[in-house]
Design a protein around this ligand. Structure first.
Ligand code: PLP
Length: 444
């Protein structure tokens, strides 16, 4: 019997072996072409095989690939921190590099707790969040995540942090519509803070647009203003988890810019290395670093490969590529094109209950019939079947929603590389339409 070495997500599933990638396409060892409409896990923001990134990798490798952050700093790390500070919000001038989104949110949580300690407050240790959220798979990050499917196995070991409803307008728990609703789901935070006691709460964390657990759930305009105001009034830091939304995915460098709020801490990942290297970051506001600078002068966190020069050089090259080709300013227009096409498909296929999102982060939620919004039974495996049909048709979609809370329906996200052309978007829609038609004929 063959010995098996690689642990794959589903151990007995057959995964195609990818040979190479070019632009928005991936090609497997048998020559089959896949249009990468999910950028992997919303990561390959500039597409595959970009020569400038390969060159930057080589250049840095010739100089030095690794220095340990407790002994040295490096030119790429210094340059990248400066660049990111200049591109993000004016107050976020401190940058802590890590290797994954989970490490970035875990670090954000620890910095928030440390901030209060440096000010002499030792009781503020909870980081509240929302149901239907995902902040990462490490224990701290998972504690903050309202992704019931991913929490289930570890519940006895997790903190029970998530507390409020997401701004899930399609299934509003109050049966109201924004803005007339008065943002009841945001005001819920105040009630919870009063119950728990602000003295115990270090921070509140939220994804500006909910990704893995909610398929691009996009809050109405003033939602985050209400959240931020409540946090400020109760001395609670606001952490924006931009691991998925950052680096232009929703049409601006940070999605927060579109809700006009300034978080105290921001996390970045995914698009930061665009899949060319593992890199992520926690950005920290000047006012959060102030007591640390006056106090212990050190952040208790970090990993062996934090601020790795090779990874930082690649991330710098990704940013230069985004800037040189003016990619982020085009995202809104491309997103609007896809959104319109998807709304047209919704008219033809009413089991698409909702089309939502911002920029090139678009979610489709599926229902048995659009009038009552009742989800398909979980054992219909709608998400899994759609994804597998799409893959047969050479189209990659991202599963987001199904099984994440046992309440909402099946959903997928469409989030192609930001570099996708009009012709490629037409091809994406063509392959998606074929998939929906086959799904309709086979399963509805
Ligand atoms: N935060 C958000 C918003 C994410 O979408 C993810 C991953 O999907 C993470 C954190 C965790 O990132 P990683 O998988 O790189 O650890």
């Amino acid at each position: 019997m063959d010995r098996t070495f690689l642990i794959k997500p589903v151990l007995d599933a057959d995964y195609p072996l990818i040979d190479y990638g070019k632009g928005v396409y991936l090609y497997d060892a048998e020559g089959k072409e896949y249009l990468d409409a999910s950028s992997g896990a919303i990561t390959a923001n500039i597409g595959h095989g970009v020569q400038e990134i390969i060159d930057a990798m080589q250049e840095q490798a010739k100089k030095v690939s690794f220095v340990y952050r407790s002994q040295f700093t490096s030119e790429p790390a210094e340059k990248l921190a400066r660049k990111i500070a200049n591109l993000s919000l004016p107050n976020l001038n401190w940058c802590f590099f890590v290797n994954s989104g989970s490490e970035a949110t875990e670090t954000a949580m620890k910095i928030a707790i440390q901030y209060w300690q440096e000010k002499g407050v030792f009781t503020k240790t909870k980081v509240l969040s929302r149901w239907m959220s995902y902040h990462g798979i490490t224990m701290g990050a998972l504690s903050m995540s309202g992704h019931t499917g991913r929490r289930a196995r570890f519940i006895p070991l997790l903190e029970d942090f998530p507390v409020i409803q997401p701004p899930y307008c399609y299934r509003c728990p109050y049966n109201k519509e924004a803005p007339e609703c008065g943002y009841l789901c945001a005001h819920e935070l105040e009630t919870i803070i009063k119950r728990i006691g602000a003295d115990h709460i270090a921070a509140f964390i939220a994804e500006p647009v909910i990704g893995a657990a909610g398929a691009a759930i996009t809050p109405p305009k003033d939602y985050y203003k209400v959240i931020k105001e409540i946090c400020e009034r109760h001395n609670i830091l606001f952490i924006a988890d931009e691991v998925m939304t950052g680096f232009g995915r929703t049409g601006t460098m940070l999605a927060c810019e579109q809700w006009d709020i300034e978080p105290d801490i921001v996390t970045l990942g995914k698009g930061m290395g665009a899949g060319y290297t593992p890199i992520a970051a926690t950005l920290v506001g000047d006012h959060v670093m102030e007591p640390v600078l006056k106090g212990s002068k050190t952040i208790m966190g970090g990993h062996t490969l934090s601020a790795n020069p090779q990874a930082c050089a690649v991330s710098l090259a990704v940013i230069e590529y985004l800037e040189k080709n003016k990619i982020i300013p085009e995202v809104e227009k491309k997103g609007a094109f896809l959104m319109n096409e998807l709304l047209e498909l919704q008219k033809q296929y009413p089991f698409i209950g909702d089309v939502r999102g911002r920029g090139l982060m678009i979610g489709l939620e599926f229902v048995q019939n659009p009038a009552d919004k009742i989800p398909f039974p979980r054992d219909y495996q709608v998400t899994e079947r759609l994804i597998s049909l799409a893959q047969m048709n050479g189209l990659l979609l991202y599963p987001a929603g199904a099984g994440s809370d046992g309440v909402s329906g099946d959903a997928v996200m469409i989030a192609p590389p930001l570099t996708i052309s009009n012709k490629e978007m037409e091809e994406l829609i063509k392959r998606l339409k074929e998939t929906l038609q086959q799904f309709f004929e086979q399963y509805i």
